[in-house]
Each structure stands twice: as structure tokens, then as C-alpha cells.
Design a protein around this ligand. Structure first.
Ligand code: HEC
Length: 489
């Protein structure tokens, strides 16, 4: 096939002014190891899905309304009225899962082959940032779906963050834009999802690629071929000159075949299975519902559902720090020596253990009921000693307490379920703000009641809960500042 002259002329015009071919040619021609075969396609596939996310994401951002009242409707609108809207949502959802999957496989390969060793330590560290950037994109995206799953996922997330010592409540306020999940929340998560995080990930992808070009693609590990800082770079360059193959078309060919195949699968899934959710507007009173996060968060979900509450807080706070530290420090812990899995039993065992544990937990996450079985079912009237001498607002709260069946999970005067803590003296433990947040958002395995209580009802319930103190003890209540929550005062 001959390229028409006008095309060549246009290209030359651009090329003379930008020097594009001088930049692209070395990238296309740079030599890669001859034995770097199918193991090496997963990074490219991750990148391809990211580009797909950006393109479909732009389309969706044009149609999505990031407001608590309209988000759900706008998704339905995209699904049912916009031509091929459902398909774009489907591709965006499936491709996001595919991107995470490809990234995880890529990471396992890099770990297994010891590719993070000298001189590629920084490539690994940037990769760790990409891992968290991508997971954050996935989580924020799930929130934008604004259905039952996302609302509760966010509630659980907020409850986790609320446990950070000292600054917990401030962090919660920052991320959900107020004491409860509402309109503010959604606009914050929307800007995170469409501006902040993609910007960050694009930057990191750029850096990742620059580093890959600088240090070359690693060879398939071979037993005995040890990495030695003093000689590695020279030897690598020598081997690339003598036995390497040009990136294009040799390695690029495999990348393209694999990416094409993955793309077909994702489009097929979008077409035949369709988009994810939205699964109905959040209904916090449906305590028997079974919200499920996307697959890569299932293990966290299982841990939260199964852990004994006594160690939950420590684990929730400590594990992210430990995980991040270990991942970032890895290339410093071992950055020389053998790369072959057969000579690195500890690495192999670690990976097998990790994968097994995560898979088992994820499996449990699928089957574990979100709120464990309730051992009591009571809408008994609120005991007399808690209602005598109360103000009308407090009495209304007492009725709501009964009507909302809070005692399915909470004991009052020794009667009720034991899923949550007894509430006889709750006013000594929580301030009004905390009470309102707990009722509106739930969290820690308590459903969020926000959508089923209007502000007057929430205020009444909080007023009632504030009277629950053993006689004579002072309330641990910081008086709410007037004007803090205008519609509840
Ligand atoms: C499905 C069970 C369930 C229902 C129904 C439920 N809760 Fe809870 N609640 C819990 C659990 C579990 C916790 C503990 C949360 C944690 O560990 O962070 C909790 C915590 C609380 C707390 C904080 C207690 C403390 O000592 O930290 C308050 C207050 C509370 N619930 C009020 C209510 C009110 C009011 C209602 C009714 C509108 C209600 N709950 C309905 C399960 C439930």
C-alpha cells in the first residue's frame, strides 16, 4: 500500500516543526530482550484499559449529574435514552474491572520475576503509586453509581476513617463534605474521580513509561543470571545490542494481539451482560440487603464482616500503613542477586500465600452476609423509665426508636438484639453530632438510616438518645453550635 503524497507532506510538515519522528523512532526501535514474550503483555493491557477509561469516562461525564437528587436518574437516563449510553456505561464498568485485573497480574509478574531489582526500583515505586491511584479511581467510581452498594460502601469507608485517632471526625468531614452523606459528598467524589485522580494517574503513567524506556525491559529471569549493581547496566546494554529485538514490531505485535483480545472480551461483556447497576436508590431501612463492593475490595469487606470488633480498629488503622510501607520498601529490601523464581523460594511462597489468602477472603466476601444474622427481633415499646418526664421532641424520638426497630440490634434496659452496643448510657459516650452521624450514616455494620428519616426526625431521635444516661451522670455532650446544622435546630 502506498501512502498518498498529501499525507506524507502533511506528516513532514509536522515532523519538521516538532521533531516527532526523532522522538518516536528510538522508542519504536529500542531493543527489547528476545525472550521477553507473553509474560510482558499485561502492563500494556493495563495502559490500554486506562485509555479506554478516559475516553468512555469523558462521554459519561458529559451526561452524569453529580447531585445526590439527580445522579440516580441521570444514570437511568444514560442507560435508557441516550443512544448506546448503556453500552458506554457497560464498557466503562467492565474495563475498570479489567484494568484492575491486568494491573494485579502485571504486578504479580514483576514481583515473581524480581523485575523490581536494580536498576528498576523507582519504576516499581511509581507502579505502587499507580496501584493506589487506580484503586482509588475504582472506589470513587463505584461511589458515583450512587445506589445501595455505593451509599453503604461509602458509609463503611467513612466509619473506618472516623476511627483515625484525634483527626477522625475532621477526615470524615473532609471526604464526605459534612456530617452526613449528601449532595456535597457526591460533588467531592465526582471531582476526585474526574479531575484529581486521573490527573495523578496520567502523571504517574508518564513517569512509569519514561523509566521503562530509560532502563529497558527486563529479560526473562534465568537461574544464575544475578543482578549486580556494578556490572548490570553495562551487561544489559551489551546483550540488547547483540541479541535484542526492536520493540516494533517484535514485542509490539504480541501487545497488540493480547490487547485486541482483551478489548473484545470487555466489549462482549458490556454488550451481553450490560452495565453495573445502579441497583436502586439507597434504602437504609432494608437491613436485610446485601451490599457488595467490586471484586477487588471483597477481601476488605470480608475482613470487616468477620473480625472480632475488639481488634477491628487496630487492624483498620494499621494495615494500610503496613501494606504501603512494605510495597514501597520492597526494592530496597532486596535489589540485587537472583531474579529467577526457582532461586527465590521466599518470594514465591509469599506470593502464593498472599494470593491464596486474598482469594479465600474474597470468596468469603461473596458469601458472608453483610450484617450477620440478627439474634433478636423486637419492636417492644421503649421502657417506661426512658420516657417519663421527657419533652415532646424526646418522646417523638422514643417512638421513632421503637418504630425504626433500633432494638433489633441494640439493647435498652437489657432487652433487644446484641448486634450493636447497648444504648442505656449512650449519651455519656457520644455527642449529638456523633449520634446524628451514626444514625444517618450507620457504619461499622449498622445500616444508614439517613434517607428514611427527615431532619426533624433525626433531631428527635438524637434528642431522645441524648437523654440516655444513668442517673446523675453528666452527658458527654458538647452543645451543638446553633447554625451548625441549620435544618436540625
Ligand atoms: C442491623 C443492626 C442495627 C440496627 C437496626 C441499628 N443499629 Fe445502631 N449499631 C449497630 C452496630 C453493629 C453498631 C456498632 C457500630 C460500630 O462498631 O461502629 C451500632 C452503633 C450504634 C450507635 C453507637 C453506639 C456506640 O456505643 O458506639 C448508636 C448511637 C446507634 N447504633 C443507634 C441506633 C439507632 C438510633 C438505631 C435505629 C434508628 C439503630 N442504631 C439501628 C447495629 C444496628
Amino acid at each position: 500500500m502506498r501512502i498518498p503524497t498529501w499525507m506524507m507532506d502533511s506528516w513532514n510538515w509536522i515532523d519538521q516543526r516538532t521533531g516527532a519522528s526523532a522522538t518516536i523512532a528510538p522508542i519504536m526501535d529500542h531493543h527489547v530482550p528476545r525472550n521477553a514474550k507473553w509474560w510482558y503483555v499485561f502492563g500494556s493491557a493495563t495502559l490500554m484499559f486506562f485509555i479506554l477509561q478516559i475516553t468512555t469516562g469523558i462521554c459519561l461525564a458529559l451526561l452524569y449529574v453529580p447531585s445526590a437528587g439527580e445522579a440516580y436518574q441521570s444514570l437511568i437516563h444514560i442507560d435508557t435514552e441516550v443512544p448506546l449510553g448503556w453500552m458506554i456505561r457497560g464498557i466503562h464498568g467492565w474495563s475498570s474491572n479489567a484494568m484492575v485485573l491486568m494491573m494485579l497480574i502485571h504486578m504479580c509478574q514483576v514481583f515473581l520475576h524480581g523485575t523490581y531489582k536494580f536498576p528498576r526500583e523507582l519504576t516499581w515505586i511509581v507502579g505502587v503509586f499507580l496501584l493506589f491511584g487506580t484503586l482509588a479511581l475504582a472506589f470513587t467510581g463505584q461511589v458515583l453509581r450512587w445506589d445501595q452498594d455505593s451509599y453503604w460502601g461509602l458509609g463503611i469507608g467513612a466509619a473506618m476513617m472516623g476511627r483515625i485517632p484525634w483527626i477522625g471526625p475532621e477526615v470524615v468531614n473532609l471526604v464526605i463534605g459534612g456530617p452526613i452523606i449528601a449532595g456535597e459528598t457526591l460533588s467531592r467524589w465526582f471531582s476526585l474521580h474526574v479531575f484529581v485522580l486521573p490527573g495523578f494517574v496520567i502523571l504517574m503513567v508518564g513517569l512509569h513509561i519514561v523509566l521503562i524506556l530509560k532502563n529497558g525491559i527486563s529479560e526473562m529471569p534465568e537461574p544464575g543470571a544475578v543482578v549486580d549493581k556494578a556490572t548490570y547496566r553495562e551487561g544489559f546494554e551489551q546483550r540488547m545490542k547483540t541479541s535484542g529485538v526492536p520493540f516494533f514490531p517484535e514485542a509490539a505485535k504480541r501487545d497488540m494481539i493480547f490487547c485486541g483480545l482483551m478489548l473484545l472480551i470487555v466489549i462482549g461483556l458490556a454488550f451481553f451482560v450490560g452495565p453495573f447497576g445502579p441497583l436502586g436508590e439507597p434504602d437504609p431501612t432494608m437491613i436485610n440487603t446485601n451490599p457488595k463492593p467490586d471484586f477487588f475490595f471483597l477481601w476488605i469487606f470480608a475482613i470487616l464482616a468477620l473480625l472480632p470488633p475488639s481488634i477491628e480498629t487496630y487492624l483498620i488503622l494499621a494495615s494500610p500503613v503496613v501494606i504501603v510501607a512494605v510495597l514501597i520498601l520492597l526494592p530496597f529490601i532486596s535489589n540485587e542477586g537472583e531474579r529467577a523464581p526457582s532461586r527465590r523460594p521466599v518470594a514465591v511462597i509469599t506470593l502464593v500465600l498472599l494470593v491464596t489468602i486474598l482469594a479465600a477472603l474474597s470468596q468469603l466476601g461473596v458469601t458472608t452476609p453483610w450484617s450477620p444474622k440478627m439474634d433478636a427481633w423486637t419492636s417492644d415499646t421503649t421502657p417506661r423509665q426512658f420516657v417519663v418526664g421527657r419533652s415532646p421532641t424526646e418522646l417523638q424520638g422514643a417512638i421513632l426508636f421503637q418504630y425504626m426497630q433500633c432494638r433489633n440490634c441494640h439493647e435498652l434496659a437489657g432487652i433487644g438484639g446484641q448486634r450493636g452496643p447497648e444504648l442505656d448510657d449512650i449519651a455519656t459516650r457520644m455527642t449529638r453530632d456523633q449520634l446524628i452521624r451514626q444514625v444517618q450514616q450507620g457504619g461499622g455494620n449498622m445500616p444508614a438510616f439517613g434517607k428514611n428519616l427527615d431532619s426533624a426526625q433525626t433531631a428527635a431521635l438524637a434528642a431522645f438518645l441524648q437523654t440516655l444516661t444513668p442517673d446523675g451522670e453528666h452527658k458527654a455532650v458538647i452543645p451543638a453550635v446553633k447554625g451548625d446544622y441549620p435544618d436540625w435546630n
